[in-house]
Design a protein around this ligand. Structure first.
Ligand code: F6R
Length: 612
């Protein structure tokens, strides 16, 4: 997490940096800072959001055509002005911004303390800038050489940019584990954690690879070397992203915009990949590894948070339609539990950002054991997308709201295509069922459009429950993961405690929680467990719980039982998660707004979790 941005050229750096930090704020927002060079070094840092930094800086001197900026998600040291980045070297000649964790910082710090250095902050980052200056002075070398030597001593993850008062026409940037992209303009360069601060200035970018560092000097060609000192030819790519996708487009919050974008984003995730009229699915990544997929002894899906929930839906889809055994694992558990993996395994890694540290580590582990890795990522060119053998982008477009919405439905849409194609190819899915599902999949965007019309009704229900302290979400089969996802959405943005459960599990414990105070959201659309879920609803009613049911249009039975209902169009249950999740996203959104929470930037969270 943490967002970093840098500029060097002929323009004033500050406006570019502050706008860039606003774009990167999804990566962390507990403190922010900028450093500018204009003869002297100017350093401004503030606890809180980027807006607090810009208010603080409004009456200060922000001149300078070179600068770096940072928005933080605290790992080492509480969020305060001192721990905010940039961090300065002892002489104040160097400043550094960092995204990642220096794991051996305590050992390095001890060595520096023994040599008489005194630290101001509690961060691992300050240790790194001290180390660089220590080397610079000891070795009497160039800034880039000092950075290179320092990075050879570092264990951990980093994306850094270093700026020096004594070398004002140069930035040095390096990366390992955390992302870093360099934008190439005319006589100017941009550096950032992702391309969003760069897109309005240039479309030509270079993504640094792990253990590479760049010397960035306007008017000169970009120089990239590995930290072992091997020269690298920069690979310049053209960004495909459009600026308007990064704006709120008239919505009050990015989350609401992204919920409403789902008809389009699901359509984009399917576009060019299937044709219901001919019954064809074309997915290059699957086609390339078709034999591997069809002969796989099992598929392991790894991911975190919402992506893990999408993985659970994937398990139901692939096992049901393609009859291939699937295991779904939290990437953070998988990577540390010495899992049994072999060359016949396929690992599907799901990640919106493509940067989640645990997911990345999980695929590296699986890769080292010979498994074939397939990625389902949203961010084009992201680290996970580049680490996999094959994959399919979700094409949902940039997701800025910290709570994932359109990424989830696009992930499930891609997983549906994978399950359908595998089931069709290995003959476990009859031609007629395959065709029927393809046709239904094609209708999902329109059905989501329909569900979005329930917004005023969901808002009304939200008003009634905005002050409760607990929520329970129940679902069965394909909609059990949706119950988990609904609960996650509510807790992360409204700070109401919520739990998702398979509806039948309720009687094994959670039923004890039910009383008149407890709203229970039940996903009760028409499906194979419909009768069972009706019984579960009755069990809740018998104990005074309040039922908010997601029902299929025209369902009279649950309408009679439930306190509140939200109707969705009929859809095959295998594809229903993309529809049933939408009212749950809206419910959490409205409750959070009514509680005055910062929906797009919930406390303690960050969009891209690049630390473990
Ligand atoms: C929840 C949410 C997180 C992410 C998780 C994985 O709304 O956004 O739970 O799903 O941090 O992130 P990605 O998908 O980027 O790997």
């Amino acid at each position: 997490m943490c967002g970093i941005v840098g500029y060097i050229g002929e323009k004033q750096a500050y406006p570019i940096l502050i706008k860039g930090l606003q774009r990167l704020e999804y990566r962390g927002y507990d403190s922010a800072g900028v450093a500018l060079l204009d003869g002297g070094m100017k350093l401004y840092k503030r606890k809180g959001k980027v807006s607090e930094l810009s208010a603080y800086v409004s009456d200060k001197d922000t001149s300078g055509t070179v600068g770096i900026g940072h928005t933080r998600w605290a790992t080492h040291g509480v969020p305060n002005d001192i721990n905010a980045h940039p961090h300065s070297s002892p002489s104040k000649e160097l400043v550094l911004i960092h995204n990642g964790i220096i794991e051996n910082y305590a050992t390095i710090k001890e060595g520096l303390l023994n040599r008489g250095y005194q630290f101001l902050s509690d961060t691992d980052t300050e240790v790194l800038v001290f180390l660089i200056e220590d080397i610079l002075k000891k070795e009497n070398c160039s800034l880039e050489e000092a950075v290179r030597l320092a990075l050879n001593e570092v264990i951990g993850a980093y994306a850094i940019v270093v700026m020096s008062k004594n070398d004002p026409k140069k930035l040095v940037a390096a990366k390992k584990g955390s992302p870093l992209v360099i934008g190439i303009g005319e006589d100017e360069y941009f550096v950032a954690s992702d391309a969003t601060p760069i897109i309005e200035h240039t479309k030509n970018v270079v993504y640094l690879e792990d253990e590479e560092f760049a010397v960035i000097e306007p008017g000169k060609k970009l120089s990239i070397r590995t930290i072992k000192n091997a020269e690298i030819t920069p690979y310049i790519q053209e960004l495909q992203m459009e600026l308007e996708n990064l704006e709120k487009g008239g919505y009050e919050h990015f989350m609401l915009k992204e919920i409403n974008e789902q008809p389009r984003s699901i359509r984009d995730s399917l576009r060019g990949r299937m044709d219901p009229s001919t019954g064809q699915i074309k997915m290059a990544g699957i086609d390339e590894f078709e034999k591997k997929f069809l002969n796989a002894e099992r598929i392991i899906i790894v991911g975190c948070g919402t992506s893990w929930h999408a993985g659970l839906v994937g398990e139901y889809l692939i096992e049901e339609l393609a009859r291939i055994p699937v295991e779904v694992e939290y990437a953070s558990e998988f990577r540390y539990r010495n899992p049994i993996i072999n060359e016949n395994d396929i690992v599907i890694a799901i990640s919106q950002s493509g940067e989640t540290a645990d997911t990345l580590a999980a695929i590296k582990l699986a890769k080292s054991k010979g498994a074939t890795i397939f990625g389902i990522c949203n961010v084009v060119g992201s680290t996970i997308a580049r680490e996999t053998h094959a994959g399919a982008y979700t094409h949902a477009g940039p997701e800025i709201g910290v709570a994932s919405t359109k990424a989830f439905t696009a992930q499930v849409s891609v997983l549906s295509l994978i399950a359908l194609t595998l089931g069709h190819k290995n003959g476990t899915l009859s031609e007629s069922r395959y065709r029927q599902l393809l046709e239904e999949l094609d209708t999902v965007p329109d059905k989501v459009e329909e569900v979005l019309k329930t917004n005023p009704q969901v808002k009304g229900i939200s008003q009634l429950f905005k002050d409760v302290r607990n929520f329970l979400y129940l679902g069965r089969g394909f909609n059990f993961p949706v119950a988990l996802e609904g609960a996650l959405k509510l807790k992360e943005i409204s700070y109401i405690h919520a739990e998702g459960y398979p509806a039948a599990e309720m009687k094994h414990g959670p039923i004890a929680l039910i009383d008149e105070e407890m709203p229970v959201v039940v996903i009760a659309n028409k499906n194979t467990s419909y009768e069972k879920i009706v019984s579960n609803i009755q069990e809740v009613k018998a104990r005074g719980g309040k039922i908010i049911a997601i029902i299929t249009d025209g369902d009279k039975e649950v309408t009679k039982l439930a306190d509140y209902t939200i109707s969705i169009p009929a859809i095959d249950e295998a594809l229903s998660p993309m529809i049933t999740v939408v009212p749950l996203q809206l419910l959490s959104y409205h409750i959070a707004v009514m509680r005055g929470a910062n929906v797009d930037q919930p406390r303690n969270l960050a969009k891209s979790v690049t630390v473990e």
